[in-house]
Design a protein around this ligand. Sequence first.
Ligand code: SF4
Length: 248
Amino acid sequence: MDRSCGGELPRNQRFIQMTDNPIEVLDDILYSLKRQRDEGLTGFDCGDEAAARMTEWGQPLRRNTPSLEGIRTDMGDCRRCPLCQQRSHIVFGVGNPNAQLVFVGEGPGHEEDRQGEPFVGAAGELLTKIIQAIKLTRAQVYIANVVKCRPPNNRNPEPDEIKTCLPYLERQIQAIAPRFIVALGKVAAQTLLGSQVPISKLRGRFHDYGGIRLLPTYHPAYLLRNPSAKRDVWEDMQMLMKVYDYDA
Ligand code: SF4
């Protein structure tokens, strides 16, 4: 199976080069060994018993990795930026805490603020359809936003608000340790990539986010206003499906 990304090194080699997180390195070694076993490689012990033993590697380090519950507890009734003033709920994130794939949007809208859950309005319904189109469910992925409180009148979050809230998202990603991130829209893509390049130029290929493959694409709310862009998003999702590990 071709696990390379745009002509770069295979993921396991690239990952080890780019991360100094020993847990991520151990996880990747284990993943690589299991894949080689599945592909029929013999000559070293990568049976179930050995794999179970290897899973114990790094457990003491793993205990220091933040948990989603711990991050939410740290957040408390956060009032670190002005977006706290008009919110009804902090919209932390939902989904599988061990997800292989994390979707990141920019911030809660009206319905998300009301319910305390990301992507539950009209754009959320479209995101659910996109997730189903790539043969997954919302329960299998994790969904979060760059800022956790609704910007008034659905304006874009200000740079200071993003800067204040971003550490929560970074810690969520660290806790989940996904293999893929889909950045939905300009704010999420530019924030995570530290880029000012337009989303139309960022989308259509994988980028690197600390060893995680990050795929920018259009935000579902944009698709509701510009249905012709759905074709581009579908192309992006097909790219993702080619490298997503449905057996993991
Ligand atoms: S947007 Fe983030 S930093 Fe600002 S108040 Fe809400 S949780 Fe706190």
